[in-house]
Structure formats: C-alpha cells, structure tokens
Design a binder for this molecule. Structure first.
Ligand code: MRU
Length: 346
C-alpha cells in the first residue's frame, strides 16, 4: 500500500507530517491555505512533486474561503493567495507549474461558484496526473536496471516526496517489484536528513535491502566498484538539462563520472523549465543556518557559529547519463530532447 502523503478530504487536506518521521506517523488536517503554506515552508510536506500538489490544494482551499461573489474581486483575492503560496519555496518548478495551472482555470471560469468547483476539480486532477506520471516513469526507469545491482540514491524521492509512486525511489522500488535483486546505498542527506529519516523509512516499508551511509562516504563506495548506478530526483531542470536537486547531488555526479558509474535523474515533466536556458538561472533556496548548526534542536556547533545552508545545488547536464520522465528517457543533447519530450502527448 502506498503511503498517502497528501489526501483531499472535500473541504480540507490531510498530510503526513514528514518532520515527525520516522519517530511518529502524525497526520494533520489543514483547512486554510495559510496552513498549507506554513507546512511547505516547515517541510512538513516536501519534495518537488508533492509541494506542487499541496500548492494546488492550497489554491483550492483558499478559493473556497473567499466570500466575494463578484468575479473580479474574487480573482483579486485569489491572486494574493497564489502569491503567498508561490513565496513558500523558490526552487522546485512543480510548485509554480501547479499554481499557474490553477490560475489559468480560475481565469476561464464564468462566475465565482463555477470557478470554485473548477479549482477543486483541477487540484484533484493535478494530483491524479502527477501520481500517474510517477507510476509511469518508475516503470520506464526500472527497465534500465540490471538484476543484482546496487543503486546509490540521495535525499528522499519516494511516495512521501511525490504523493504518488516516487521518482528515483519509484524506479528502485519498481525494479525490485520486477523481480530484480536490488540493494540500495541511501545517503543520510545533511542537513535535514531526508535520507536517514524518510528514505530509510520508505525502503524498509517496501522491503528493499538498504544500507545507510553518510553523504561523505559516497566516493569510498564508488571507488571500490560497489555502486552500479546513481539515481536521484530533481527540483528543476533547465532547458539544457542542468538539474537542481538536493544539496550534495552535484558532488555525487562528479564522483559518478570519475568512477564510470551511470548517473540518472528521474523526474516528471512538470519539473522541466524550458524558460531557463541553463542551471545558473535557477534560484537556489537558502534556508536557516540553524538547520546546519543543530540536529533536531540539539546544538552541534559552538554558539554563534556562522553556517551556510543552500538547500539545492545544480548538476551540469554533461554529468547526467539520462533523464527519466513519464514520457520517455532522454539523453544529450538535452537542449533538443527535453523540448521534444514536452511536445509529445501522453
Ligand atoms: O528540500 P526537499 O526535501 O524538498 O528536497 C527534495 C529533493 O531535493 C528531491 O530530491 C526532489 O524534490 C526530487 S524528488 C521527488
């Protein structure tokens, strides 16, 4: 059974609070769009596809609460809601894609009652389509994996991060479901430990054999020939294939190249941003230094220590063996193949 990271309950949204995992499975019911925005900022819900879906439900919740019946006044208020949701986290394309799609639906509605209904239906549709996209890309990606492989993955990219089947972790879980013997090296993923807390939890649930390693152990295992593939997710993929993903991904890609290990990125097409020519245009979220100086409120560094906390880095396209999407697997030259894949219909 897939974990339900996000569930629409008709007039509220139920989420599994990812900050409490793996200690406790705490579900929260959120009725206001501001609660969704706060949950995204606090990373109670996280992962690029999941925050896109949460953002869409946030727009729907916000719309349902607007009391104005005049269309223009309603749309003005809706714009404030979408701006607040868009201001939560800057890097993942999926959030902005979902909010834009909701805005377009609102613009085409004739009256407020109809727009509200259409927005709820659109958010539910976005969720279903995104879940289906991750199911398909997991299936396609799994075909690439040889029986008996060890796969290194970073951060958390499973059902929790996608409110669907997963991206990189979806590929891994699907490969095992195809009967292949798979082992995983999961990086802990400092500073917020999505690997240790969430990927380990999901792999255990899926009965995939795994070993947890610190981020700095990746080179040790690759150099010894103990890694057959690196597979990661993505938060935003630029037109030329440069890919923003969790901090530390770039280092893994360089190590993979040095050690002749194929490096795959798995993402739904909603993560692709053709409006940005290259990765240097991707806005990287800078989070609180306290996430580096502390682990779950326990201080690690002397008081007053300065710390940097970029949440993502950009892997240049030349390190990426292929990008696995629900519409197909694309390779260099990404500048052509990404555009072509977006033009194909499902
Ligand atoms: O900061 P997070 O935990 O939201 O970052 C998540 C990642 O970087 C994932 O690898 C990414 O969203 C792609 S997979 C679903």
């Amino acid at each position: 059974m897939l974990t339900k990271a996000i569930e629409w309950l008709g007039d509220r949204v139920k989420i599994l609070d990812q900050t409490q995992l793996p200690r406790e499975e705490v579900y929260l019911e959120l009725s206001h769009y501001q609660d969704i925005a706060s949950a995204i900022i606090a990373m109670k819900i996280r992962g690029a596809p999941a925050i896109g879906i949460a953002g869409a439900y946030g727009v729907a919740l916000g719309a349902l609460k607007i009391e104005s019946v005049a269309r223009d006044e309603f749309l003005d208020k809706l714009r404030v809601i979408t701006q607040n949701l868009a201001a939560t986290r800057p890097t993942a394309k999926n959030l902005f894609w979902a909010i834009d799609r909701m805005q377009q639906v609102a613009q085409t509605g004739k009256d407020v009652g109809q727009i509200k209904k259409a927005l709820v239906a659109e958010a539910v549709k976005i969720h279903a389509e995104e879940a289906e996209a991750t199911r398909r890309l997991s299936q396609l990606g799994a075909e690439l994996i040889r029986d008996g492989s060890t796969i290194l993955t970073h951060c958390n990219t499973g059902p929790l991060a996608t409110a669907g089947y997963g991206t990189a972790l979806g590929v891994i879980i699907r490969a095992q479901a195809q009967g292949k013997r798979i082992k995983v090296l999961a990086t802990e993923t400092r500073p917020l430990l999505q690997g240790a807390r969430l990927t380990a939890w999901e792999l255990k649930k899926a009965s995939v054999p795994f070993t947890l390693i610190t981020d700095s152990m990746a080179g040790y295992f690759m150099e010894r020939g103990e890694v057959d593939y690196v597979i990661v997710g993505a938060d935003r993929i630029a037109q030329n294939g440069d890919t923003a993903n969790k901090i530390g991904t770039y280092s893994l890609a360089v190590l993979a190249r040095e050690n002749d290990v194929p490096f795959y990125v798995a993402a739904p097409t909603t993560t692709i941003d053709l409006s940005l020519a290259s990765g240097d245009k991707i806005l990287i979220e800078q989070r609180s230094p306290a996430e580096v100086t502390h682990i779950q409120e326990v201080s690690l560094a002397p008081e007053g220590t300065q710390a940097a906390n970029p949440a993502f880095d950009v892997t240049p396209h030349r390190y990426i063996t292929a990008i696995i999407t629900e519409r197909g697997i694309v390779k260099e030259p990404y500048i052509d193949s990404l555009e072509a894949i977006l033009l194909t219909t499902n």
